[in-house]
Ligand binder design. Structure first.
Ligand code: PMV
Length: 331
């Protein structure tokens, strides 16, 4: 397809959010948005960003997110992202983007991860670029670090600065180890701090930042080994450690970044009690107050019931592991 005809193209794609079990926090290169640490995630099923893009005409991009015009800041971020694709296609065509999520923003799931992954896949198809999944992942990373992982399904590793790649890769399909995730929503307040600001503050002010960087390869290796062996207990141990270490790092910034509320902590206690009762479950928490409990099929009902009863938990979502970002239909 020529750049001229491609510039008239349209496509629609969807992608799922992911949650990191070995956490990414910190940038090695701000301009290229390269992470300072490797990370390992699981892609979630059921929750979807659905994104349509059309390249036509001239003028500023038109961007609609969840049926409302994008804020100036979001529009600028998306236009800069679309410019990466336009440069590859040799076109300056204006984009019209419509993107929506079937999950609440208040779920505390990185909708930027699924949103940028879906937009990367849709823009590639609309412009006829024929990029590989690795290339799409590297481009999605430019929009949001964690978006590099949402290009893939199942268990996903994102390369760190000690590796030559600048993209994520699939380790294991969703079907190969079908774990479940129970999301305990502990607050419906919408906004978290922008992750880039939090990462910069942490790097600049936390005395623990060098130790965070130094420990990451060992955590990655432990998690990669646990995933390869489908060893739930080993994955649980390293995932809780990585999560708590990231939050310890955040707490040690000046001023300290505190993402938890009382119900987040109550949720941790619930997971600890479930573990004591023999259930296969562990928790992870990102840059927000929601708690995600990863569990096996056999423990899913007990975990969902216990978290629903936990004081301060306002809702519980139960999902499985999902597949890669993909084209839905021409939009
Ligand atoms: O992709 P970003 O810039 O929103 O950063 C994601 C950071 C965490 O969600 C806290 C951890 C992770 O690895 O996803």
């Amino acid at each position: 397809m020529s750049a001229q005809s491609a510039a008239q193209g349209a496509a629609r794609a969807c992608a799922h959010p992911n949650i990191a079990l070995v956490k990414y926090w910190g940038k090695a290169d701000a301009a290229a948005n390269l992470p300072a640490v490797a990370s390992l995630s699981i892609t979630l099923s059921d929750l979807v960003s659905d994104t349509q893009v059309t390249f036509d005409g001239a003028g500023p991009d038109r961007i609609v997110l969840d049926d409302a015009p994008a804020s100036d800041a979001d529009a600028a971020r998306l236009t800069a992202f679309l410019d990466l694709f336009r440069a590859r296609a040799g076109t300056q065509a204006r984009a019209t983007v419509r993107s929506s999520n079937n999950f609440p923003t208040a779920a505390g799931l990185a909708s930027s991860a699924s949103g940028f992954a879906a937009l990367a896949v849709a823009a590639d198809a609309a412009l006829g670029l024929g990029l590989t999944p690795a290339e799409l992942s590297a481009l999605a990373r430019r929009g949001s670090g964690s978006a590099a992982r949402s290009v893939f399904g199942g268990f996903v590793a994102m390369a760190g600065p000690d590796e030559p790649q600048d993209h994520a890769r699939e380790l294991l399909s969703a079907e190969a180890w079908p774990l479940h995730v129970v999301i305990a929503i502990t607050s419906r307040a919408r906004k978290r701090h922008a992750s880039t600001d939090g990462m910069n503050l942490t790097r600049d002010t936390s005395p623990y930042y060098p130790a965070w960087l130094a420990g990451q390869r060992a955590d990655m290796n432990a998690a990669l080994d646990a995933v390869a062996r489908r060893d739930f207990a080993a994955l649980a141990a390293v995932a809780e450690h990585s999560c708590l270490k990231m939050h310890g790092l955040m707490l040690s910034a000046r001023p300290g970044l505190i993402y938890w509320n009382a119900a987040t902590l109550a949720g941790i206690e619930t997971v600890r009690r479930l573990q004591d009762a023999g259930e296969d479950v562990f928790f992870t928490i990102d840059a927000g107050p929601q708690l995600k409990a990863v569990c096996t099929d056999g423990s899913r009902e007990a975990v969902a019931a216990a978290l629903a009863r936990t004081p301060g938990v306002v809702d519980v979502l139960s999902v499985g592991l999902g597949g890669p970002a993909r084209i839905v239909a021409d939009g």
